[in-house]
Each structure stands twice: as structure tokens, then as C-alpha cells.
Design a protein around this ligand. Structure first.
Ligand code: ATP
Length: 343
């Protein structure tokens, strides 16, 4: 009996020690991959939620690159004051080849342990989540937040930064349309999206473009496009707007070819990096703040290797392996609507 009692006491002691070992005391946060407006709102929410729950917070500068270089700073509530309205990321971001190697991943996990980081919030895209997954396998609890202007993360209908970027692009396109109409031009406007056409599709609908070219629908026919431009001109249209996703490329040469074939003055405008910057919209601030707080709550609930998403009007979380295996497609009905409205 006594022995049993001792065994029970030993077992209880072990449980308590396990619980203590499992408990999150320090949370790290980093931004990785391309920057996106709203990342600061997410960082701020991680910092303030964690501090409110009695945790310590360390910020890791320059993504995984900074983690491997031990660019780690303590973050207080004041450090994130006056940041929610700022574009970019106060922690900076980077790409890091070494993190793709097993050696780099082992080193990154060891550095997290050295700095007492037992939970890590990674704000970035699919590549950044793959890094978080490797760290989770090595014993660092990780939560990913979808931060990309491209909206190309399959497990979520919303990504931090898309709303700001799409509004920036829409406003720029409105301005180009004004001058395009005055001069009765054809305008090719290139928006970001090397592999994903969401920015192009949304702008195409929001700006009433005649044509949307996306990497997902590469097989466009330039001869048909030229005929359509001529047909529109005959019908008295004063401009013709083509939204080109970056992945289609060749906007400047395409403008030359169209001008040559139609005799209509055609200009290409590449909106470029201005889509990445700027003060985040209300939606990006609110969603990013909610996701940042949720990341901390998930870590405190003992969860790891999860990605936060937003689906069908609710915040949700997925296993990173499951999230990375999902494929995202341009919604066919939305594309059809865009084409229909361009008539
Ligand atoms: P964006 O949508 O802006 O491209 P992203 O997070 O997908 O964001 P990537 O450049 O693909 O951007 O990845 C960011 C970083 O994540 C990489 O530089 C690398 O350090 C890390 N990473 C990417 N893929 C892996 C992987 N398979 N294993 C470990 N780490 C990875």
C-alpha cells in the first residue's frame, strides 16, 4: 500500500513536472517571406495578448534568417505602440535558404531553446509555414498566421494584407482609367501575383476591366483579345482595361504588340511594390489583431503545428501538414462573373 502510495506520489510529481515543462512561458514572433500590411497589427496582438497572460515575448528580426543569426529582442507592450496603422513589418522580414536544410532547422530549434522560446508565432505564407512545421517536429510549439498580399493560402478565405493591397491597386487603376478614357487608350495594368491571380481577379471586377489575365488561366489568345479591343472601339468604348497579373509578365511588349495590331495607343503600367506598402485597412487591422490573439490562445491551450485561418465567417485553425496539402483554385464562378460583367 505504502509502495503504491509512493508510486502514486511519484506519478503525480511526474505529471506536474510534465505540465510545467509543457507550459508556455516565452513566446517568440517573427515575420517571414514577403511583407504585407497588417503584419504589425498581428505582431502587436501577439505581444499584448501574451503579456496580458503573464508570458514573456521575444521578437525575432528578419524571419528565419534573423533567428539563425540570433537577432532576438525582448518586446514590451510599449514596443508595439503606434504600430497598428503602419505598413510593412516592424520586425523586418527576409527569405532564408539555410532554413530549408535539416542543419539550419536543427540550429533554429536549438536557438529557440537557448532563448527559452517555447512557443513561436510565424507570420508569413506557405513557405514560412513549412519552416514552422519543421520546428514543431523538433519540439518548438509553432502557430502560423497567414500573412501575404496574394491570398494564395488554401486553408483560408482571408490573408493578412490582401485587403489593403487590393484596395491600393484598385485606387491606382481608377486613376489610370481616368487618363485612359480622356485619351481613348488601351491600358494594360500589371498587378502583383507571380503565381496567384486573386489581386488581378478582384481588381478586374472592382475596376470593371474588359480583360483579366491570371497565371491560373495562362492560355489566353492574343488575337482574340486584339479583335475584342477593335470591336469595343467600333461600339464607341473610350477605353479598354486589361488587368495583367505579374505572373503573366510581358506587359510592356504586349502593349507594343496591341498598339501595332490595333492602331490604338496602348500603355502598360506596372503598379509594383506600392501594393505591398501603406497603412492597413480597417479589415486587415481587425482580422490580423484577432488572429494574433488567437495564436497565443492556441499556444496556451497546448496546441502546436497549427495555422490560423478564416473560413465561412469564422476563425479556424488547421494542422500545418493538412493546410500545406490543400490546393487553392480561383473560384470559377467569380471568374465567370468578371467576364460577364465586362460585356
Ligand atoms: P510569400 O507568400 O510572401 O512568398 P512565403 O512564406 O511562402 O511567403 P517563401 O519565400 O516561400 O515565402 O518562404 C519564406 C521562408 O520560409 C524561406 O525563405 C525559408 O526560410 C522558409 N521555408 C520555405 N520553405 C521551406 C521548407 N520547405 N522548409 C523549411 N523552411 C522553409
Amino acid at each position: 500500500m505504502e509502495k503504491g502510495g509512493n508510486e502514486m506520489a511519484e506519478a503525480n510529481k511526474k505529471v506536474r513536472l510534465d505540465e510545467i515543462e509543457d507550459r508556455i512561458r516565452t513566446i517568440g514572433v517573427l515575420t517571414s517571406g514577403g511583407d504585407a500590411p497588417g503584419m504589425n497589427a498581428a505582431i502587436r496582438a501577439v505581444v499584448r495578448t501574451a503579456l496580458a497572460k503573464g508570458l514573456k515575448v521575444r521578437g525575432i528580426r528578419r524571419g528565419y534568417h534573423g533567428l539563425l543569426k540570433e537577432e532576438i529582442i525582448d518586446l514590451s507592450a510599449r514596443d508595439v505602440s503606434d504600430t497598428i496603422q503602419r505598413g510593412g513589418t516592424i520586425l523586418q522580414t527576409a527569405r532564408c535558404q539555410a532554413m530549408r536544410t535539416e542543419e539550419g532547422q536543427q540550429k533554429a530549434a536549438a536557438i529557440c531553446k537557448k532563448y527559452g522560446i517555447d512557443g513561436l508565432v510565424v507570420i508569413g505564407g506557405d513557405g514560412s509555414f513549412a519552416g514552422a512545421q519543421r520546428l514543431a517536429n523538433l519540439g518548438v510549439k509553432t502557430i502560423g498566421l497567414p500573412g501575404t498580399i496574394d491570398l494564395d493560402i488554401a486553408c483560408t478565405d482571408y490573408t493578412i494584407g490582401f485587403d489593403t493591397a487590393v484596395n491600393t491597386a484598385m485606387e491606382a487603376i481608377d486613376k489610370i482609367r481616368d487618363t485612359s478614357t480622356s485619351h481613348e487608350r488601351c491600358s494594360i495594368i500589371e498587378v502583383m501575383g507571380r503565381d496567384a491571380g486573386y489581386l488581378a481577379l478582384w481588381c478586374g471586377i472592382a475596376n470593371g476591366a474588359e480583360c483579366i489575365l491570371m497565371p491560373e488561366e495562362r492560355n489566353y489568345n492574343e488575337e482574340e483579345l486584339i479583335e475584342d479591343i477593335l470591336e469595343n472601339k467600333k461600339r464607341g468604348k473610350k477605353n479598354y482595361i486589361i488587368i495583367n497579373a505579374e505572373g503573366i509578365g510581358d506587359s510592356i511588349n504586349m502593349a507594343k504588340r496591341i498598339e501595332e495590331a490595333t492602331g490604338i495607343e496602348t500603355r502598360a503600367s506596372i503598379i509594383g511594390h506600392m501594393q505591398r506598402g501603406g497603412s492597413p485597412t480597417c479589415k486587415d487591422r481587425v482580422y490580423a489583431s484577432t488572429m494574433g490573439a488567437m495564436a497565443v490562445e492556441l499556444l496556451l491551450a497546448g496546441k502546436s503545428n497549427r495555422v490560423v485561418g478564416y473560413q465561412h465567417g469564422a476563425y479556424v485553425d488547421f494542422d500545418i501538414n493538412e493546410a500545406l496539402s490543400m490546393k487553392k483554385k480561383i473560384p470559377a464562378h467569380q471568374y465567370e462573373i468578371a467576364k460577364l460583367l465586362a460585356l
